[in-house]
Unconditional design. Structure first.
Length: 512
């Protein structure tokens, strides 16, 4: 911290004050006359559906939208604050850890943590000091990582924790966390919350954006709710109910997802004795001998904490795992190899990856993304029937209530929930009968989650079979007919719908 910043009394003035902020994009007023105050030592949860304006607002605070690109005033510790870029924001004591993990995978952990801020001595990069500072930052999160390892060697959760450690190494007065626990286990999230509380006790102001309401009520002091670019509610966390928060976020009360109990139909897809091997070390099992069946019209969950093997099992079943796989797979009772994604798609299986950027062409249109898996079905004599293709896309956009200005809109302009719906549209256009989904509502707001779960229910009622692999218990308990729980790469039990609860499957996954 600079001497100038340290000289101020952090208890005498707000850490950050925003007055009448507005930010417009072409055709969209993303932030509309927002005023708020964040106090030193306070943890504030910023909530709202995707498209509510949360991301734009925190990006204004963090210098991603520079001063002059919006109207209104921001004050930091009582002084005018006009960052022109991220570097100026960080120099002023404001750091943002974004939702989407953005690292240089080939560079080392140390190089990533000090990218564009390398310590130097006599004009030369000080390698020993960089390693020492990296090790110190990682120790704050109990991360036992070799700083010289390439970033790509770390799993998603560890990369996220490392990025948070990087932000905290920069003498921060205001820390902004955007979906910080999206890739973390329950234990890792609790460790992060403990660290946040410690930092708040030391006077740091913290804003965090999340769609997980349990986290909000666990760690925040105050809740600010946005809808349609404006603040629609501010509450002391202790004085508000979850139901009121949800109602203000979505502008209505959400009804629970309803599933009709039906007779068990024949198996659509099954696997016996599935083993998945580490692509870099075949002596190491990532999934150790699990068996599962998904019947026609059934939704089955595959649940476990990060590292349990549930994600790897789903990816391997689809044929996309880069390493070795063993096990007997059957479709409708007949043996099937499913050796690669191409074969799986040809056999009527659709797949949604943990990171939707791996499945979407973000620089292409809604239409292009929708027809990607059905070009053969929409072609005649080697040429795409464009009129038929556009009718297909338009019909699915209407059927799934995808919010887009046009089927020719870039998919990157859509909210996370609508991007997920486009993936569903892609597989419906390809007439997929089986869906394998990995963390399908990750980073999706609570209103969109509810819509997507209702969509799964409708698809199941229409006879389609759905396997959802997730590290988020809440994602599964109100939609699945059964949940198979994994721990330490093995199946440890199955819970039927009537007995499903977050507490039960979390307890099984964590062995408590």
């Amino acid at each position: 911290m600079t001497a100038d910043r340290a000289a101020r009394d952090p208890s005498s003035v707000a850490a950050l004050t925003a007055a009448h902020l507005s930010k417009r994009f072409p055709g969209v007023l993303a932030v509309d006359d927002v005023s708020l105050t964040i106090n030193p030592g306070e943890i504030v949860a910023l909530l709202g559906q995707n498209g509510a304006g949360k991301s734009t607002l925190i990006q204004m605070f963090a210098g991603l939208h520079p001063a002059g690109s919006f109207t209104g005033d921001i004050f930091l510790a009582g002084r005018p604050y006009h960052p022109r870029n991220v570097a100026e924001a960080e120099a002023s004591g404001v750091a943002l850890v974004p939702q989407e993990i953005n690292v240089a995978p080939e560079l080392s952990v140390a190089e990533n943590l000090f990218l564009n801020a390398e310590p130097s001595r006599w004009g030369f990069l000080d390698y020993p000091l960089r390693l020492a500072r990296t090790a110190e930052a990682l120790r704050d999160f109990d991360l036992d990582i070799d700083p010289s390892l390439p970033m790509k060697a770390l799993d998603l959760a560890t990369q996220q924790l490392a990025l948070i450690a990087r932000a905290l190494s920069k003498n921060v007065d205001l820390l902004i966390l955007d979906e910080p626990t999206a890739a973390l286990t329950e234990g890792e999230a609790q460790k992060l919350f403990e660290r946040m509380r410690l930092l708040a006790r030391r006077g740091m102001a913290i804003i965090f954006v999340t769609h997980r309401l349990a986290e909000v009520f666990s760690v925040s002091d105050r809740i600010i709710i946005m809808r349609d670019g404006r603040i629609c509610g501010t509450h002391a966390t202790a004085d508000v109910t979850r139901a009121k928060v949800v109602a203000q976020m979505v502008g209505r009360t959400l009804a629970p997802v309803e599933r009709r109990m039906t007779a068990r139909l024949p198996a659509a897809i099954s696997v016996e004795h599935l083993k998945v091997f580490d692509p870099d070390d075949e002596a190491r099992l990532r999934v150790n001998d699990i068996s599962l069946t998904v019947a026609q019209g059934e939704i089955v969950g595959l649940f476990g904490l990060v590292g349990s093997g549930c994600i790897e099992a789903a990816v391997a079943l689809y044929g996309a795992w880069p390493g070795k796989r063993e096990g007997a797979i059957a479709l409708a009772g007949e043996p099937a190899a499913l050796a690669d994604p191409q074969e799986s798609v040809s056999r009527g299986i659709g797949f949604m990856a943990q990171d939707r950027r791996d499945c979407l062409m973000l620089d292409q249109t809604v239409h292009d993304n929708t027809i990607l898996a059905s070009l053969g079905r929409l072609s005649s004599h080697g040429f795409i029937d464009e009129a038929r293709a556009r009718r297909t896309t338009g019909s699915l956009v209407h059927e799934l209530a995808i919010k887009t200005r046009s089927i020719e809109s870039w998919i990157g302009t859509l909210s996370g929930g609508n991007q997920q719906k486009v993936q569903v549209a892609r597989w419906l256009a390809a007439d997929a009968r089986i869906f394998i989904l990995v963390d399908p509502t990750r980073g999706v707001d609570i209103g969109a989650r509810s819509e997507i779960k209702r969509l799964w229910a409708r698809l199941a009622e229409a006879g389609r079979s759905i396997l959802i692999a997730s590290t988020d218990a809440e994602e599964l308990v109100d939609i699945c007919d059964r949940v198979l729980v994994l721990r330490a790469r093995k199946a440890v039990g199955e819970v039927a719908r009537g007995d499903l609860s977050e507490e039960r499957i979390l307890g099984m996954a964590a062995d408590v």
